[in-house]
Design a binder for this molecule. Structure first.
Ligand SMILES: *Cc1c(COP(=O)(O)O)cnc(C)c1O
Length: 243
């Protein structure tokens, strides 16, 4: 328990230092807790410490933890690869934003279902800024076309962009991914598209959050540095067969 609290303090310090260096204010950055594989009891510790934004990668895990967490005020996002056959299920659980919208079929089916249920949903467009075959996301040169298509669906409220940076110890290569995401954000903003908001840049994780903050992140997604190492490799979450 103490470990989670001290890790959270540590992250807050890192955010503060990065903001100082970047000339930004810490309250411009939302800390999202990436809770995949983390049991509800451990998530509760972080929520009770005042952190309210959490996200899962799998609908199954949202479902499993839902009862245990539902009395504690928090906001739930989704950051994983969403299969279209899970749409009905995910809409049962008060997920306010899907950060990983990455294909038209998913947008269409979400829209159809949301319309039936008379609901709306926030979305971020996931962009594959590292151009790795193994990562999900819209390719950078297709983002504008995709944003225009998604904007047609009046149940989906676009709020910005999300990316997973390159896994590399070379900060400057990682930085390129984040710079690209911000450049795309600026291009989209310049188009002044109706129904399209672009204020959120979700980028940066345990290993690269400072770089992301320097390049304009508004949401950083942190798991390992708060909850410790996971038993599953990330490929379990990111490299599933594309559908
Ligand atoms: C797991 C995960 C994170 C957090 O990664 P850590 O390295 O554990 O901080 C962020 N974003 C996504 C999409 C994830 O799946």
């Amino acid at each position: 328990m103490d470990e989670i609290i001290s890790n959270l303090n540590q992250i807050n310090k890192r955010i503060k230092n990065a903001c100082k260096k970047a000339g930004r204010k810490p309250d411009e950055i939302k800390l999202l807790l990436a809770t995949k594989t983390v049991p509800a009891e451990r998530i509760t510790i972080a929520l009770q410490a005042g952190h309210t934004l959490i996200a899962e990668n799998k609908v199954q895990e949202i479902k499993e933890k839902y009862e245990a967490l539902k009395e504690i005020p928090h906001t739930q996002h989704f950051i994983g690869h969403l299969q279209t056959n899970k749409i009905k299920e995910i809409l049962k659980y008060n997920v306010s934003c899907i950060q990983s919208l990455d294909r038209l079929e998913l947008a269409e089916k979400l829209h159809q279902r949301l319309k039936t249920e008379n609901k709306t949903l926030e979305v971020l467009i996931q962009v594959n800024t590292s151009n790795e075959e193994s990562k999900f996301g819209v390719s950078p040169d297709e983002v504008i076309t995709f944003v225009k298509q998604v904007a047609q669906f009046e149940t989906l409220n676009i709020k910005g962009l999300m990316t997973i940076g390159l896994f590399s110890a070379e900060t400057e290569k990682v930085r390129k991914c984040f710079q690209l995401l911000q450049a795309i954000q600026q291009q989209v903003i310049a188009l002044k598209l109706p129904r399209v908001q672009m204020q959120e840049l979700s980028m940066g994780m345990s290993g690269d959050l400072e770089t992301a903050i320097e390049e304009g992140a508004t949401i950083i997604r942190v798991g390992t540095a708060i909850f410790g190492r996971r038993i599953y490799p990330d490929s379990y979450y990111w490299n599933e067969a594309k559908n």
